[in-house]
Structures are given as C-alpha cells and as structure tokens.
Ligand binder design. Structure first.
Ligand SMILES: Nc1ncnc2c1ncn2[C@@H]1O[C@H](COP(=O)(O)OP(=O)(O)O)[C@@H](O)[C@H]1O
Ligand SMILES: [Mg+2]
Length: 480
C-alpha cells in the first residue's frame, strides 16, 4: 500500500478538522481538568503555578478568571503577553476593590503570574511568537524548530522538553480559538486572534511527533517602497503596476506557497482610488486595505457535524450583489474562479486575485481546471476565451535561492490564438549567479516589449515615465 493510502486508512473517516467550542477561555481553563483519553505527560514548567497559592489568592484567581472569560474571551491575543497581562492586572485591581480583600504585593504578583500562565502557558513557544523578526515558526517535532527571519529559514535553539509539553502547547493554541485536535481528529487548521495561521498534525499521521506550522500575521504589511528596498521589484515595475491598477486592469498574482502573493495583492490594492467600492473575499482575512469604502468577507469552515460551511464561492457570488467596483479574491482555489472571471468580464474590471502556480502559463491552466471544477459545462475554448478576456496582467512571484521574494515576471495578456491565451512579457528577473551565502544574484530588467494598454493609461491620465519598458542596452545595468 502506498504511504499516502496507509495514512488515509489510519485516519478516522469522521475526523473533522473543525470543532467549535463556545468560549475559548473556558476551554483553556477546562482543558487542564478535563481527563483526556491519552493524557500527555505535563512537563515541570508547564504545571500550573497556582499550586502554591494561599486560599484567598486562589479564590480571587478563580473570580478574576471568570471575569476575564466574561468580558474578554473574544479579545485574547496569545502573541501579546503584555496586553493580556495588563487586562488581567486591571481585572485583579477591580476585583480586589469590589471584594474588599487585601493582598500583599507578593501575592498580587503571584496572582497575576498564575493567571497569565493559565491563559497563555505557551512555554518555549512564547518567545518565538513574540519575536517580531520571526515570520514563520515550523515545529517539525519537539526538538527541531525552524524559524524564518528575513526570508531565511534557520534551526532555532529553542526546543520543547518532550512531545507531551509540545502537545499541551498545541492544545492551548487551538483551544483559544475554539478548535480541538486529538487522536480522533489529528489534523487541524486554525487562525489565531491576531490573524496568524496555524496548522497542526499529530501522530500517528505525523510520524516523528506532533508538528505545528505557524504563519505569523504581520501587522506591518510591506509597502511599495519596501519592495524596492528589498529588491523584490524595480521602480519601473512598480510604476507600471500602479498605472495598471489605477486604469482598472484585472490582475492575477501567481506563485508558490509563501512566495509573497497576498503581500503583493495587498500592495496592489493600495493603488485603488479611494472613491471605489471594494469587496474583499478571503479564507482568512489577511488583506489590510487602507481605503474607507471596503467590505471584508471571510469564508467559514464547517462545524462539528460538517455543516454550515460558507465557501469562497458563495461569498464571491454574494459579493457581486453588493455593487462592488472591484472584487478582490484572496486566493482562487476552486469553482470561485468561474464567478470571478465572469465578474471581471462584466463590469468589475480591475478586480484581482492570486493563484497557486509556477508560471503565467501554469496559472492559466490552473484557472481552466478550476472553471471545470465549478461544474460549468463549457468547452475548453470558451473557458480560454473567458480567461483571456478577463485577465489583463499576470505577476509571477517566487522565493529565489536564499529565500528572497521577488516578482520574477510581469506578463500581459495580448489575446487568444488557436484557443491558447497569448502573452507578452514586460519585465523579468534574471538570476545570474549565487553569492557566497547561497543567495541568488541577478537583476530585474524590462524586456523591451511595450504595454498594449498605453492608450488606456493615457485616457485615464496615468502617464508613465519615459523608458519604463526599455530593455537595458547591455547586460549588467541594474535598474531601480
Ligand atoms: N517581497 C517580499 N520580501 C520579503 N518578505 C516578503 C515579501 N513578500 C512577502 N513577504 C513575507 O513572506 C511571508 C509570506 O508572504 P505571503 O504574502 O503571505 O505569501 P503567500 O500569499 O504567497 O503565501 C510573509 O511573512 C510576508 O511578510
Ligand atoms: Mg496567501
């Protein structure tokens, strides 16, 4: 039997990924007392610190915890230790006054610490979550944690004591957002309050112990100037993209996992004029549009019984009834592609989305497959025609050698010939070598092809600088 089949066979068929529990904090509190079928051993430093509290303090602690659940259950952000501490401290102060008890400084400190541990209790992970320079945390097993910093992945010196400690931290994290992961449903996706995304896989599916991947949400989204500073694009490319967005060309950002698609979509959305009505549709709300006239929609996973899911496609269809000028679909993965293409072809030009693909051509064939998934009984040619008339520009993003993220190609759809979408490339990144540290060395250049939309840009008052599309006269000239 193939490995995949064996794994599938071991997975219980009814195992759902999403479980809903009402109050996240109640769960945290309860998780400790609730006997589990296979209770993981609790490492020393994960044990509740409340054990040695005096009875007055213990009573106060229970009362304050109840207050915390009642008032702030929805707002606890586990990556913000200080924020949680100050909420707890405020409630503690309030409780001490209303209950008329006196606590000495030491007891008060213990009380706040014990509550903080009870709520967070993330052990070694806490420091990694709070470190703003870390963008991704990949826990392969308790003793191997990789982190990504500035595009580079390193093995972190941080380790868990054992699988039990890691397991407990995992339970904490997923339970704060009302999910559960255990032997009967060993895979779980969750989004933390701060927007970070978490994926957990437990044994026996994960062979070497529990694993968890956390994509941290960055509050400080990159701006166009950052792309220039980092070398992800040149000023000519940015200038062209700005004109393209403002002139309502429809754009598809294509790339692999974590290549920077959403970040780029966010940057491009920033160029949409303030007076336009924008509706965004996402699986987990990551976009941070600065305009005021924005409506954000987010899909919903099914509940425990596998019911109640609201798919991206449902939202896209609904979004079209909301009179948007532009539709932004966080990522096209399935049937929503058809609705999005139709929208782009019927008055919602200037819409944007991302797709997981390795090249512009690959992006088109992915779109075609997705349209077929939509169950539309359209012949291949008709689908290609829809795609070619809907999409104006495809941006390919990539993590190049060494981890830097770059726009590696900008192509423009020029038409349809013999049922095939035709494109011309305007800009690309050419890697020439690799430096001593294994980083890609190369440069972005214009190809010399001029955009077919120059008239449209002019009509809309989007003037481009002289020479934007000019290829360098000789190789070795870095632009921007
Ligand atoms: N051009 C870039 N340079 C450096 N880091 C980037 C760049 N684009 C994105 N990132 C970072 O890479 C990570 C993944 O980006 P994201 O846009 O979410 O990728 P994707 O949507 O392709 O999965 C994020 O932490 C983001 O801040
Ligand atoms: Mg993304």
């Amino acid at each position: 039997m193939a490995l995949k089949d064996r794994l599938e066979a071991r997975r219980r068929p009814e195992a759902g990924e999403h479980t809903s529990i009402d109050s996240p904090l109640t769960v945290i509190a309860g998780a400790r007392d609730e006997p589990k079928a296979v209770a993981p051993p609790v490492a020393e430093d994960m044990a509740p610190k409340s054990a040695g509290l005096t009875s007055t303090v213990a009573t106060a602690k229970a009362a304050i915890h109840a207050l915390l659940v009642e008032r702030h259950a929805d707002e606890i952000d586990i990556t913000d230790r200080e924020g949680v501490r100050s909420r707890i401290a405020n409630l503690a102060e309030e409780h001490v006054k209303t209950a008329g008890i006196t606590l000495n400084r030491l007891d008060y400190g213990h009380l706040v610490d014990a509550l903080l541990d009870e709520v967070l209790g993330l052990g070694p992970l806490q420091a990694l979550l709070e470190d703003p320079t870390i963008t991704e945390i990949m826990i392969n097993n308790p003793h191997r944690i990789f982190v990504e910093r500035r595009g580079r992945v390193h093995l972190s010196p941080v380790v868990f004591e054992n699988a039990g400690q890691l397991r407990q931290v995992i339970d904490r994290i997923v339970s704060t957002v009302g999910r559960r992961v255990d032997e009967s449903s060993p895979m779980c996706d969750a989004r933390l309050r701060d927007g970070s995304r978490v994926n957990v896989v437990l044994p026996p599916l994960a062979i070497d112990g529990p694993c968890m991947t956390i994509r941290k949400f960055s509050r400080d989204k990159l701006r166009p100037d950052d792309l220039l500073a980092i070398g992800s694009a040149t000023s000519e490319m940015i200038e062209f993209l700005r004109a393209a967005v403002r002139s309502r060309l429809s754009i598809l950002v294509s790339g692999g996992t974590s290549s920077g698609k959403t970040t780029l979509l966010n940057i491009l959305s920033g160029y949409i004029p303030a007076e336009e009505r924008i509706v965004t549709v996402e699986d987990s709300a990551e976009l941070q549009l600065l305009q005021e006239h924005v409506i954000r929609l987010e899909s919903r996973p099914p509940n425990v019984e596998g019911k109640g899911a609201i798919e991206i496609r449902d939202l896209v269809r609904n979004a079209l009834r909301m009179r948007p000028d532009r539709l932004i679909v966080g990522e096209c993965r399935g049937g929503e592609a058809l609705d999005m293409l139709q929208a782009m072809n019927t008055g919602h030009e200037g819409s944007m989305s991302t797709v997981h693909a390795n090249s512009a051509y690959d992006a088109f064939s992915r779109l075609e497959t997705m349209v077929l998934m939509a169950g539309a009984d359209l012949p291949g040619r008709a689908i290609q025609k829809q795609i070619a008339s809907a999409i104006d520009i495809v941006l390919q993003v990539e993590r190049v050698r060494g981890g830097a993220r770059k726009i590696v190609s900008i192509v423009e759809v020029t038409g349809l010939e013999n049922g095939e979408t035709q494109v011309q490339e305007l800009f690309h990144f050419k890697q020439t070598s690799v430096d001593n540290e294994g980083n890609a060395v190369g440069l972005h250049t214009a190809t010399g092809n001029r955009s077919i939309h120059l008239d449209r840009f002019a009509e809309r008052g989007e003037t481009l600088s002289e020479g934007v599309f000019e290829a360098p006269a000789f190789s070795g000239v870095a632009r921007g």
